[in-house]
Design a protein around this ligand. Structure first.
Ligand code: PLP
Length: 480
């Protein structure tokens, strides 16, 4: 299309997005559609001749919005919030408009260097230890991945190749498959499913440690598992600890776990998954949750969850030595070589794909236009909302709060029914809430206990939205 047509279309699109955000309060968080609904709305083949923008535009409500889950609707309290900010969106427009694929320094010096500086800005804003910083002392550094899942996978692959190299250098008669079959990954039975998936993809056994009733893995639990595995000739390779579990926002004891990983004669790679809770480190009063973080080999959090940077943006730091990661994913081809490759960062070696978007623009725009003060207020608002909701629940003696409310997640259930009945009743409560459609939550279980999760802190969350949420939950409970 011609630039002028684009200008007009883009203006309509931006007006649409602004209206969407302004009026999102009128939208139901979860749509009334059945699987397969889209086939009935779309022709079976792509159009042969191009259609007009007006035709496409007129289908946005009819087709796209028809089956949309509105993550920023005031009735949405599921998972964890997803970031949405106009500065992030502006950067996405520039990123899409400039269309660079910055896999190496030479493929786009601006993309690479902005990312390096932004990862340092973020590390400093979160008060991460010096060893995380590119411009600090030591070989660490940060990179933007698409998701926390990729961050876990790429760090696991790096740990895997480090161990394989070490073992083969000791005994050249071994094959790498001999080593692989002996490796073990440790993680909590409360950690995110992406850790198990990373183990599957990397073909390494994942041992899930019991996090108990509190959802916390301690050093003792890890040590016992390691000792047992070593007796069985296994190789403890990688620990993925979580700060802010998805189920209940619990925090593994990273201080104890880190000491164990470092005490082992063969350093065990400690990756910290702080996908959600990491954003809270921007506020000094929440930094205690990351006690012991300086012993991590790598650390990850998702600015696209709670730090106002629109999806996708997952910040990963390889603390100990960034060369572990780049060595494990380093392949070369003549067309990718360039003169400065010995002295500059080529982020293609720090990730799974070759191509990469200019995602650091979003971090730059958000940090500049919202500022650290604005981001701190955003986090504090989310936490205050959770505390408010907790206070509502505590006033009703039929309900109980299941886990301490430390950030923006409230876990609750109907209580005093005896465990078996209690789970059945709470499942029924969840079903009624889902069917009712006024609010959207997801449940979880820890240690066999089923409960509802209410995640606060999205851009359109408010006391009024939480009052409505609480009214719906109580009304549905009344029906049971
Ligand atoms: N880890 C934790 C603790 C999470 O809460 C989540 C998602 O909610 C993930 C990992 C996966 O995140 P992503 O979608 O970025 O892979």
């Amino acid at each position: 299309i011609e630039p002028e047509t684009f200008r007009n279309a883009a203006t309509t699109m931006i007006d649409y997005v602004i209206k969407y955000h302004k009026e999102i309060g009128n939208r139901q968080a979860f749509p009334d559609v059945e699987p397969g609904f889209m086939r009935d709305l779309l022709p079976s083949d792509a159009p042969k001749a191009g259609e007009s923008w007006e035709d496409v535009y007129s289908d946005i409500e009819r087709v796209v919005m028809r089956g949309m889950t509105h993550w920023n609707a005031p009735g949405f309290f599921a998972y964890f919030p997803t970031a949405s900010s106009f500065p992030g969106l502006l950067a996405d427009i520039l990123c899409g408009g400039a269309t660079c694929i910055g896999f190496s320094w030479v493929a786009s010096p601006s993309c690479t260097e902005m990312e390096t500086v932004m990862m340092d800005w973020l590390a400093k804003a979160l008060d991460l230890p010096q060893c995380f910083i590119h411009g600090g002392h030591g070989p660490g550094g940060g990179v933007i991945q698409g998701t926390a899942s990729e961050s876990t996978l790429i760090t696991l692959i790096a740990a895997r190749s480090k161990v394989i190299r070490r073992e083969l250098s000791r005994d050249p008669n071994l094959s790498m498959y001999d080593v692989l079959s002996r490796m073990v990954v440790y993680t909590s039975n409360c950690s995110h499913s992406s850790v198990e998936k990373a183990g599957l993809l990397a073909m390494i056994e994942v041992r899930k440690l019991d996090a108990g009733r509190e959802g916390i893995v301690t050093g003792k639990t890890l040590q016992e598992a390691i000792d047992e595995d070593k007796k069985n000739n296994k190789i403890p390779t990688f620990v993925c600890a979580t700060l802010g579990t998805t189920s209940c926002c619990s925090y593994d004891n990273v201080d104890e776990i880190g000491r164990i990983c470092k005490c082992e004669i063969e350093d065990i790679w400690l990756h910290i998954d702080a996908a959600y809770a990491g954003a809270a480190l921007i506020c000094p009063e929440f930094r205690h949750i990351a006690n012991g973080i300086q012993r991590a080999t790598s650390f990850n959090f998702n600015p696209h969850k709670w730090l106002m940077v629109n999806f996708d943006c997952s910040a990963l730091w390889r603390v100990r030595d960034s060369s572990y990661l780049s060595n494990s994913a380093n392949v070369d081809a003549l067309y990718l070589e360039h003169e400065t490759q010995q002295t500059t960062i080529d982020y293609r070696h720090w990730q799974i794909p070759l191509g990469r978007r200019y995602r650091s623009l979003k971090v730059w725009f958000v940090l500049r236009m919202v500022g650290i003060d604005g981001l701190q207020s955003h986090i504090r608002r989310g936490v205050a909302e959770a505390k408010y909701f907790e206070s509502l629940v505590r006033k009703d003696e039929r309900f109980e709060i299941v886990f301490p409310v430390t950030l923006g997640l409230v876990c609750l259930k109907l209580k005093r029914l005896g465990l078996n009945l209690e789970n059945v009743i709470n499942e029924e409560l969840n079903r009624k809430i889902q069917d009712d459609r006024r609010i959207h939550l997801v449940p979880s279980t820890v240690h066999g206990i089923y409960f509802l999760r209410v995640a606060t802190g999205s851009v359109n969350c408010s006391r009024q939205a939480l009052d409505n949420c609480w009214d719906v939950i109580r009304e549905m409970a009344q029906l049971i």
